[in-house]
Design a binder for this molecule. Sequence first.
Ligand code: SF4
Length: 727
Amino acid sequence: GAGAAVRTTRSTCPYCGVGCGVLIDSVGDGDAGAGAGAGEVGPRIVGVRGDPDHPANHGRLCTKGATLHLTATPLVRRQQRLLRPAWRPTRGAPLQPRDWEATERHIAGQLLAIRARHGPDAIGFYVSGQLLTEDYHAFNKLARGLVGTNNIDSNSRLCMSAAVVGYKQSLGADAPPACYEDLERTDCLFIAGSNTAWAHPILFRRIEAAHAARPDMKIIVVDPRRTETAEFADLHLALKPGSDVALFHGMLNACIWEGWIAPDFIERHTAGFAALKALVRTMTPTEAARLTGLGETQILQAAQWFAQSPSTLSLYCMGLNQSSSGAAKNTALINLHLATGQIGRAGAGPFSLTGQPNAMGGRETGGMASLLPGHRDPGNAAHRAEVAALWGVDALPAAPGKTAVELFQAAADGEIKALWIACTNPAQSMPDQALVRAALARCELVILQEAFAGTATADFADVVLPATTWAEKEGTVTNSERRISRVRAALPPAGEARADWRIVRDVARRMETVLRPGRPSLFAWDRVEQPWIEHRESTRGRDLDIGGLSYAMLEAAPRQWPWPEGASAAKERLYEDGRYAHADGRARFIAKPFAPTAEVQDAAFPLALSTGRLRDQWHGMSRSGTVARLFAGEPAPALSMHPADIARRLLTPGSLVRVQSRRGPLIVPLRADDSVGPQRAWLPMHWGSEFLGGRGQCGINALTQSAFCPDARQPELKFAAVAVEAV
Ligand code: SF4
């Protein structure tokens, strides 16, 4: 009301893995934690500011963060949100609102029936890097501890599972060794497969400022496309899509030949160099130039700067990860750091950027098929026993869980009967939409837990559960530099929405009456801090040990892990003592040969299509799409193609074209854009069926492929061979 006092709530931006601190200004009476319902009554957000005390952003926000208040207006909360639980009485019937109690009973009964008929592995969970750590823990405990399946994976599988595998294979643990401050400390920044300027804008502001302060700092960008990030570089390596491993091996070959490696470091801290040296012997700069389409001198220059700068930091993201050889790309880059000793010092190291705000939290809680809590391994019987003891269950399931693509394949094959999907929209965001939609249609039960109404996946859901979202929920997230920040509520939930962990808890408790009769509940939580404490306890003695942290400490300041009991400061950089996380303390050189992309360009599909982010949009736009001004730069999607390719096909920029891959077609406007090289094409990833072709159509991921990396199981979203023709 008029003259109402402004209340400030300290929280975290829900968009990207930079993890910027935000201050939410709100007015109006009422307790943010009370369920007042959506509308004009109760508190209202009047603005969002960057938190000057948060170490990720020091008060800055990008366009998405600075418009967050517009995603939580009373109008958006009333019109764009899922407000009530609802289910369909029969397949094909409209969703009918029901109360929470009836809905929980319905879901618990259906899941128990499916489990009894087909076994626990007939149930799968597909969760999200946008869930908070507490939510992740709740889902993981439900899947593995109660239902008894390892079939829980996250949309983070599409984002950073190759980075996880790369760190584990090379360094022995899934722990990014660097921190954001290294951006200011490094002498050479090697950015590979990341359009940082658009995808991690606040980090790019820090890079620009660092470069302005120290103009001698070298910036190398590896990207097929001349992105805004590439334009800022001293050296842009516009390699052929998918040829990164050839580049990194070629650079290593040059370093060995020129004597730019660090033999002392290799001798004291690593193992496996001889095998790698033998592998890259034939990957001369000449051969690497042939495979990558780059010039030999460019490869030599990059190798020299990488090896001979006083410190070199690499930043990498989806260009390396979303690949059928994602793990090979990650380890080939880490090989370069190890061979040249560019690691374990200020400004030096391999630093993967996470796309989502809490992809890291998912890794820490083990909320993915290939992980267990506290960076444990589901294939390790001792690790399973440790987690079972922590949780108070008899045993954890041993059968390997299915990863994202495999979950949907198994559902399409009829092996998985029920999917519980939370905080993600696979009917838009998964590759090879035809397969995903067939899978959702075949399931006996699709439960969708969501904050926003009307996502493409809702069309396939038998039950929808309204979840709270940014500004309404409490918990923690971990950003790319291992920093844990608190997320806090400034508003009551919209409608009847509930916190994700609480929805899980309530369904789980009903299932426990059948699955664990008479035994204490595994979900005896009244406060959000309780699942967090269980997560914390799972980290003790592990590389990510946060035994010394509490919510109270995180309220005072966001902290990086590890922070064991008794610690008084964070470890900003890992491996400064030269001891790596493998049992013998040595890092490993991983010798994986270069392999081409899973599908190839040919006469029928001659163009290499890549997809990626725009600066002002986020994922499937369910949140960013509620803000009109975020469409100012790019109101609609367009296929970028090189002017020469457009001319050769007698196409007209601005007209509609049909893009065809081996999986499906898409009709979009065409744009002439020479930042995309010849025989390549690029599409922003954000638009789905609602914007492209109407409901029932598939959006951009009609085109992309689900071929995945054998180690990381991350699909090759960055490469599809396509043909383009006039419509
Ligand atoms: Fe939010 Fe990422 Fe922008 Fe920071 S950089 S304000 S975390 S979207």
